[in-house]
Design a protein around this ligand. Sequence first.
Ligand code: G1P
Length: 295
Amino acid sequence: MIRKAVVPMAGLGTRLYPVGVVLPKGLTPFVLADGRLTTGLQLITETLLEAGIEQIGIVVSPENRPIYEAFLAGGGERYAPARAKRLEMQSTYESLQRLRRHLTFIEQSELLGLGHAVWCARHFAGGDPVLVLLGDHIPLPLGDPAPIQQIMRLYERHQAPVYSVHRVPVSKASLYGVLQGEPTGEPRVYRLLQLYEKPTPDYAHRCLRTAGLAPEEFLAHSGAYGFPSALWEVQAQIAAEYDPTQGEWTLTHAQQRLLQQMPAYLCETEPPWLDFGTAQEYRRAFCYLAGCADV
Ligand code: G1P
């Protein structure tokens, strides 16, 4: 059973520069259609808990850790008089305290890549299977645990890696880890054949086509990864061999090695999850969550 999730949130936030310098990615604010103010951290972790995850490791930079902790502390004693006067503040404070009981902050002091961020969570994971959720992707439909539970159930059934995917046009293939799948007969579930981090359009066309998709469509990661315990063994091998001069330590390295040992499955998320990592995507996500635009 997957009971733990790891959410990498330590990036420098260069794509939201200069706001990202002082505002940790997970604290990016959103106003929902009902007027409620929330953040990426709350939207992601509340859905994970709703889905049945019990412990969540948030990977953060050492610089940002105190900011996240202050946020979850909800202003402590200093804000107590204000909370006593405003009921909605008090209920937000209580929901933060509930969240706080399930969260562990994990430091990533060198930003070597997504694979390294997950490696930083190895003590938190203690060798257990984990669900990795990208820290700048909000699962949709909003607040609905069903898509995450579907990944957890597929994992249970196959005891093998399960990755959430969405369809992207070939023009965007170079922004994603692209996965070639073969249909399994079950709607929106594929068996993974191979994957490649940020391919050129030409490479995608030649090597990564998935049967049944339009010629210009490809499957790309949409934000969730269900990993078996074997992840930690392959990550340990990668850590031992890793040479920073050879480029980024992506998570794709571990996924490729796991694929040599066992099958893996892809689960298409519909609607595609909301990425808020760049200014354009943030605008789109904000408008959608505020109820002003379609996905
Ligand atoms: C990361 C992953 C990539 C995935 C993408 C989704 O890349 O490495 O495989 O498709 O997130 O947004 P990043 O966007 O952090 O460069």
